[in-house]
Write a protein that binds this ligand. Structure first.
Ligand SMILES: O=C(O)CCC(=O)C(=O)O
Ligand SMILES: [Fe+2]
Length: 497
């Protein structure tokens, strides 16, 4: 079993908001095809109506008189015309539209997208302590969004959570699913049925979820409400469980809030004490006297500063536009018995692309700017990574320096002495970069860049720099990361080993 980073998965929608733009266009194309399919059906219906009317006129003639001319009409008509009518009826309809739908199917979002998206929603729920009943109505962490969930979306999320054995949450989402279904009109229910939704399936999962939570009485009630015979058979199982003394271990419904949850919500204790000073940096390079960097020191140890307005909106836009077509999910692949199987790294929901410092004029300018901003040597430095996060997108807590001491030795540049994180977009809700051990969280703002040192004076990894990207609630988070290697810096930041 081996893990490595690769680009095997090329189409991943849920891990990047920017790929959703393509999806919107794609969806519009599909709708266009469906409508034109209906037009074709309608035109055919009109034609058949006309022919049928014409045929009925003949019916008329035959009944009139026992006239041989009329018989001749009938013979000719039946031999000739009906053959053509049959041909017309047999002619396949809307072939090109059908073909379009069929051939584009491989590009539809996959089961993975659905799972990834569902888990993103769940992550959002857990981190920000949201209630499914608020979420389905578009109320997210105190802000009303114009979006609503239908029964179908609710059920998809519920099922994904159930598959992860999070029964308490799955049951809440299933309750929401069933209640949304009850409120739906008869016509909507019919539509759901055409789209493959079976309310008994939802009920079945709900009952099983309740059983996992030892809520047998509620399970029995749910069974009694559903007329499907296979659900009635569950009754025996529930009653048997009820009588047995061995209870399944119960999942705690409300574990205490973690520091991460508190901080992502902006409730980080003492966070403001870390805003030490703000200043204009004019000394690092001569040109800074003309255009100083607005610098906010967030922490002295480990050293961390936030620069304001160091990448212009136009530069951000250019980089985003140039990179859009190349953004990919960097999925991990599992190489197992020679089978290569990409798997969802749920620790990181984003698509990204590597950008070299000589990639284009903007990158060249940025590379010089990073050198001036940080005073680090940019010669031989690493490439940049441009990231766009997805639905409820996040990046689990991690450090940028390597955690195994051997790892840097195998790299030309040694360990990553510092990180510069440019924000290329505002994120209106969620999506902060959080340093839980330092109680520092930074809300992405287009134009800002965060610099921190990953290594201490002795060149050792600084565990305090553990950081995470909080799940995004609203907006599309774009970040550009630059890791600065240690080995080019002996004169810029000598270490006291
Ligand atoms: O997007 C962020 O806020 C953090 C990104 C990050 O930590 C990384 O790419 O190493
Ligand atoms: Fe990082």
């Amino acid at each position: 079993l081996k893990l490595e980073e690769s680009e095997v998965v090329d189409q991943f929608y849920s891990t990047s908001i920017v790929s959703m733009e393509d999806l919107l266009e794609f969806h519009a194309d599909l709708l266009f095809q469906l409508n034109s399919y209906i037009d074709v059906l309608r035109a055919r219906m009109k034609l058949i109506r006309r022919i049928a009317d014409y045929m009925m006129e003949h019916d008329h003639i035959v009944n009139l008189e026992d006239h041989s001319l009329n018989y001749f009409h009938l013979v000719r008509h039946m031999h000739k015309d009906w053959a053509h009518v049959l041909e017309l009826m047999e002619q396949p309809l809307g072939r090109s539209q059908l073909l379009f739908l069929k051939e584009s199917r491989p590009h539809y979002p996959s089961a993975w997208d659905l799972e990834e998206g569902s888990l993103g929603i769940h992550r959002m729920q857990k981190t920000y302590q949201l209630q499914p009943k608020d979420m389905v109505r578009g109320l997210l962490d105190g802000v009303h969004h114009g979006t609503r969930f239908s029964t179908l979306e609710c059920f998809t999320v519920a099922r994904a959570i159930y598959k992860k054995h999070r029964y308490h949450d799955a049951v809440t989402w299933l309750e929401e699913t069933l209640s949304l279904y009850d409120q739906a009109s008869e016509q909507t229910k019919e539509n759901y049925q055409i789209l493959g939704f079976d309310v008994s399936q939802a009920n079945n999962l709900y009952i099983k979820g309740l059983m996992h939570l030892n809520r047998y009485k509620d399970a029995l009630k749910a069974i009694d409400r559903d007329p499907k015979p296979y659900l009635r058979r569950l009754r025996d199982r529930v009653e048997m469980r009820m009588m047995s003394t061995i209870d399944l271990p119960l999942e705690k419904p409300n574990p205490p809030l973690t520091g991460l949850q508190l901080c992502c919500r902006g409730g980080c204790p003492y966070r403001d004490m870390h805003r030490l000073t703000c200043s204009y940096n004019t000394t690092a390079a001569p040109f800074l006297r003309l255009a100083p960097f607005k610098t906010e020191i967030l922490s002295l140890s480990p050293y961390m500063v936030l620069y304001h307005d160091v990448i212009t909106p136009l530069e951000s836009l250019t980089l985003k536009n140039l990179s859009k077509p190349h953004m990919k999910r960097r999925a991990m692949v599992m190489v197992n018995n020679l089978k290569v199987r990409p798997f969802i790294d749920s620790g990181r929901t984003s698509n990204s692309v590597w950008l070299a410092s000589h990639e284009n004029a903007v990158m060249e300018r940025l590379e010089r700017r990073v050198g001036v901003m940080t005073n680090f040597e940019m010669e031989n430095s690493e490439v940049y990574q441009l990231i766009n996060y997805g639905i409820g997108g996040h990046y689990k807590p991690h450090t940028d320096h390597f955690e195994t001491p051997q790892a840097p030795e195998h790299r030309g540049g040694g360990d990553r002495i510092a990180t510069v994180l440019f924000y290329l977009s505002d994120v209106p809700q969620g999506g902060a970069t959080l340093f839980p051990r330092l109680n520092i969280s930074v809300q992405p703002r287009q134009g800002d860049a965060l610099l921190w040192y990953n290594l201490n004076d002795r060149g050792q990894g600084e565990i305090g720099t553990v950081h995470t990207s909080c799940p995004i609630i609203k907006g599309s988070k774009w970040a550009l990361v630059k890791w600065i290697d240690e080995l080019s810096q002996p004169f810029r930041r000598p270490c006291n080993r």
